[in-house]
Design a protein around this ligand. Structure first.
Ligand code: NDP
Length: 348
């Protein structure tokens, strides 16, 4: 049985976070790191960004169990220049690497007005907004990119070569949660294709091509040797290219087409690289920054725009805080089973 029913279990955000944390810990991850990665999975479910929520857990688990991801990885943070931190994630999850670098990065941004972070040798299997939103909540403008294994074609191509490479932007606001947008370079993220397949739904036209390079609306044809299409044609392709350059070439990481997950059964996560830029409006001497942002948003509201990016998620977050998160009973059983089938935790 799948899908929400009258008897669908409801968990609080904290209960679900504890459960998902326990799964990562069962694979040998240190408790704080497990909570960091669990936090982004649950945040996606909480914010109704389900393409990167609980449906990803089997992929996280199998990637750790088959040795593709090192759950015990210890990231190495290196300051390359006064404004540039480079992290080797040690084949662990990118969110753990970001957590290790966060305080130093903020310190650099406060001192210099700008700070750049690169993360290589990592796995990013999540939405990107959880990486940037906290920085904007702390007063910084944040821009992040991450590349994924190749899932998308490029500039009129007929086979996958680029990642679905998302880009996220977060900007502080006066008296309101940050404005955050986060979007894949493809018309649709692979996670949404998986959700369509699970629901037996066809994709919208223009989302993908099959292994012969022909347009298809069949999720399985895209996933089985086909490719996603970039958003807005050549424009999305150019953005994905830029993301590969910023994330992988600049940071010394792996391009999407170089990912070798297909050679290892159970390897589901992408070997990713990440780029993050922080700007401090205060350090730049822009005392009117907040008011300027609000003036632009007021003008946008006046043009008839119905909502801002991120507002749908914030509304879902509020609902989850009071009503909890509905988790399909079969999915919940699967999560609990992961805890009991985990490899014994090794001493750290
Ligand atoms: P969507 O197309 O669902 O949304 C893109 C952005 O547009 C969001 O910020 C969304 O805000 C905003 N938006 C959507 N509709 C409106 C509207 N009517 N008015 C104003 N704003 C709107 O995202 P994608 O499918 O492109 O990507 C989904 C996720 O997949 C992302 O979180 C991305 O990071 C992730 N991803 C991760 C990858 C990885 O390798 N880790 C690879 C590719 C994608 P809101 O959320 O409020 O609706």
């Amino acid at each position: 049985m799948t899908g929400e029913t009258m008897t669908t279990p409801i968990l609080s955000v904290e209960e679900l976070t504890d459960l998902v944390t326990a799964i990562f810990e069962s694979r040998g991850m240190a408790p704080a790191d497990a909570r960091t990665v669990a936090g982004v999975v649950v945040a996606a479910e909480r914010d109704n960004a389900r393409s990167h929520g609980l449906q990803r857990m089997p992929g996280y688990v199998s990637s750790m169990d088959c040795g593709w991801v090192d759950a015990r990885a210890e990231p190495r943070v290196e300051q390359r220049t006064p404004g540039l931190l480079a992290v080797d994630a040690g084949n662990g999850f990118a969110q753990v690497a970001l957590a290790r670098a966060r305080d130093r990065l903020v310190g650099i941004a406060k001192q210099n007005g700008t700070a750049v972070l690169t993360i290589r040798n990592a796995h990013h299997f999540a939405a990107l907004w959880p990486d940037v939103e906290p920085f904007a909540a702390a007063g910084f403008i944040a821009l992040a990119t991450v590349n994924s294994r190749s899932l998308m074609t490029a500039w009129g191509g007929t086979r996958k070569v680029l990642g679905t490479n998302p880009m996220a932007f977060a900007c502080p606001r006066l008296g309101a949660p940050p404005l955050v947008w986060d979007q894949a370079s493809s018309t649709m993220s692979q996670g949404d294709v998986l959700l369509h397949r699970a629901a037996g739904k066809r994709l919208p036209p223009g989302a993908g091509i099959d292994r012969a390079g022909q347009a298809t609306t069949e999720p399985a044809a895209v996933l089985d040797g086909g490719a996603l299409l970039p958003f807005a044609g050549v424009k999305g392709s150019s953005v994905a290219f830029m993301v590969e350059i910023l994330s992988a070439a600049f940071g010394g990481g792996t391009f999407g087409f170089e990912d070798r997950s297909a050679a290892l059964p159970g390897a589901v996560t992408s070997q990713s690289s990440q780029f993050l830029l922080l700007l401090d409006p205060a350090a730049a001497g822009e005392t009117a920054f907040g008011a300027r942002v609000e003036a632009l948003l007021a003008a946008i509201a006046a043009c008839g725009s119905q909502r801002l990016p991120g507002e749908r998620r914030y509304a879902a977050r509020q609902r989850a805080a009071t009503a909890g998160i509905a988790v399909d009973a079969v999915v919940l059983d699967g999560l609990r089973a992961f805890c009991s089938t985990g490899a014994p935790r090794a001493p750290r």
